[in-house]
Design a protein around this ligand. Sequence first.
Ligand SMILES: Nc1ncnc2c1ncn2[C@@H]1O[C@H](COP(=O)(O)OP(=O)(O)OP(=O)(O)O)[C@@H](O)[C@H]1O
Ligand SMILES: [Mg+2]
Length: 136
Amino acid sequence: MTDKQPLIKLTGVTKSFQNGDLETRVLHGIDLEIYPGEFVAIIGQSGSGKSTLMNILGCLDKPTTGEYYFSGKNVSAFDADELAQLRREAFGFVFQSYNLLAGATACENVEMPATYSGMPPDERRERASELLSSLG
Ligand SMILES: Nc1ncnc2c1ncn2[C@@H]1O[C@H](COP(=O)(O)OP(=O)(O)OP(=O)(O)O)[C@@H](O)[C@H]1O
Ligand SMILES: [Mg+2]
């Protein structure tokens, strides 16, 4: 696998949360390489920093220090629009706490990401119905 470029590469990633005078250091210098096609599980006890790391990998949060390369590009230097594009096109998330919109129907919730990717309304509605039907 070493002849290919990693899809995801972290070097020396740290993450600290500051609440008033209290600093909580959660990630202490993570070096990680994930190659295309690899299936990776991040495991650890509750509070060990899995969600903190996943939020950084999915570009929902930024490292305090260290670098994140996605497909060789330094994500740490991306602006908000570039990050939004990467989130839309490269990542799929199943959140620990569903994050469904209470005011929207199940179908509208499933449809939502396709709205942002520019899929026409009829097409995305049909696709959302198909996906929900396949779940029963
Ligand atoms: N926004 C925040 N401000 C302060 N501390 C935080 C914040 N987010 C997370 N933490 C702390 O960081 C540590 C890691 O939390 P994290 O949610 O990443 O753990 P986890 O491994 O995902 O746990 P779980 O298995 O319970 O989901 C915990 O001590 C948590 O209290
Ligand atoms: Mg978690």
